[in-house]
Design a protein around this ligand. Structure first.
Ligand SMILES: Cc1cc2nc3c(=O)[nH]c(=O)nc-3n(C[C@H](O)[C@H](O)[C@H](O)COP(=O)(O)OP(=O)(O)OC[C@H]3O[C@@H](n4cnc5c(N)ncnc54)[C@H](O)[C@@H]3O)c2cc1C
Length: 300
């Protein structure tokens, strides 16, 4: 019987693990991988204390910190199901069933992928899913933004300030999103909106060099150095059927990291918390662990 099982080992889960160990909770981390979305970020410039650090380096530092506290960590062991038990909860994986008094869900989110040739190969080499994080890498360059909703419009507004030319490539004929942002984007001389477009593939040798699309029935190859894919995110919460979610499928939590099930807490990008960033996820992981400690202490 564990005091706490932390599901996920991104910034939220790793911070929850450190806090749980320091509070002397018997903790287990079950995760698919170590690092989560942080691994996708080539340059992190907004994690306090580090002017510049790669996602890989920051993940190594998180891992070292957790290991120094001797927290039990099982990689490649994703949670498949959560059950309420007489004494707490059961977390099922493909290998085992684990019993615990509390759970902290920190499973983050994954970007929706386009699913075209070249996308995987050029991820981090010109293909990104986060304009806030990686947009500055394309200063003075030509970029394509894929999508036509609010995320794509926000990315376009950011890139208008940074890039030399912005192609906004959208499956729908007309742009969606909020009217004010849409008008700003549409009237910018830097933006070319290409509606009714299907992305065929992403091309290049070492880095992205162009994107092939079909628009209005015509094939077109556009030279770009950056491709920002903004077609939405999906929280990784398939296993957490018993937890209440909002319309975006994010786990609903209150300001004490509590979910609808007493004893199950959640933190980071898989929740409805505002501000999907590393430092926010880490802070939320800390909060959830403090809340779990309080819950376990009350039950003793
Ligand atoms: C390309 C990119 C660049 C970014 N750059 C920055 C940046 O520069 N600065 C910044 O602040 N933020 C950046 N972000 C956002 C930041 O990475 C996220 O906000 C942060 O990683 C969220 O942390 P998290 O722990 O909540 O979730 P995640 O990082 O998504 O981690 C989730 C963890 O859960 C695990 N998991 C998933 N499903 C299961 C399951 N069923 N069972 C067990 N484990 C599971 C995963 O393997 C992973 O370990 C970037 C995001 C992207 C996509």
């Amino acid at each position: 019987m564990y005091d706490v099982i932390i599901i996920g080992a991104g910034p939220a889960g790793m911070t929850a693990a450190v806090y749980s160990a320091r509070q002397k909770l018997k903790a287990l981390v079950l995760t698919d991988n170590i690092g989560g979305q942080t691994l996708w970020s080539t340059e992190i410039r907004n994690y306090t204390g580090y002017n510049l650090i790669s996602g890989f380096e920051l993940t190594e530092k998180f891992k070292k910190h957790v290991k120094e506290y001797g927290v039990e960590l099982k990689e490649d062991e994703p949670a498949l199901d959560l059950e309420i038990d007489r004494d707490g909860f059961i977390v099922r994986t493909k290998k085992e069933k684990y019993q615990t008094k509390t759970i902290i869900v920190c499973t983050g989110k994954k970007s929706r992928m386009l699913g075209v040739g070249g996308e995987e190969r050029f991820r981090g080499k010109g293909v990104t899913y986060c304009s806030t994080c990686d947009g500055p890498l394309f200063a003075g360059k030509d970029v394509a933004i894929i999508g036509g909703g609010n995320s794509a419009l926000n990315a376009a507004l950011q890139m208008i300030e940074i890039a030399s030319k912005v192609y906004l490539i959208d499956a729908n004929a007309e742009l969606g999103g909020e009217a004010v942002a849409r008008e700003k984007v549409k009237t910018s001389p830097k933006v070319e909106h290409i509606g009714s477009a299907i992305v065929e593939r992403i091309n290049g040798s070492e880095f992205v060099a162009s994107i092939s699309i079909t628009a209005g029935g015509k094939k077109r190859k556009i030279d770009v150095q950056g491709i920002i894919i903004e077609i939405g995110y999906t929280p990784s919460v398939e296993f957490a059927q018993i937890l209440a979610k909002n319309k975006d499928n994010e786990i609903i939590i209150n300001n004490k990291s509590e979910t609808n099930i007493p004893g199950i807490f959640a933190a980071g990008d898989c929740t409805d918390v505002f501000g999907k960033q590393i430092i926010v996820a880490a802070g939320e992981g800390a909060k959830a662990s403090i809340a779990a400690f309080k819950y376990v202490s009350m039950k003793r």
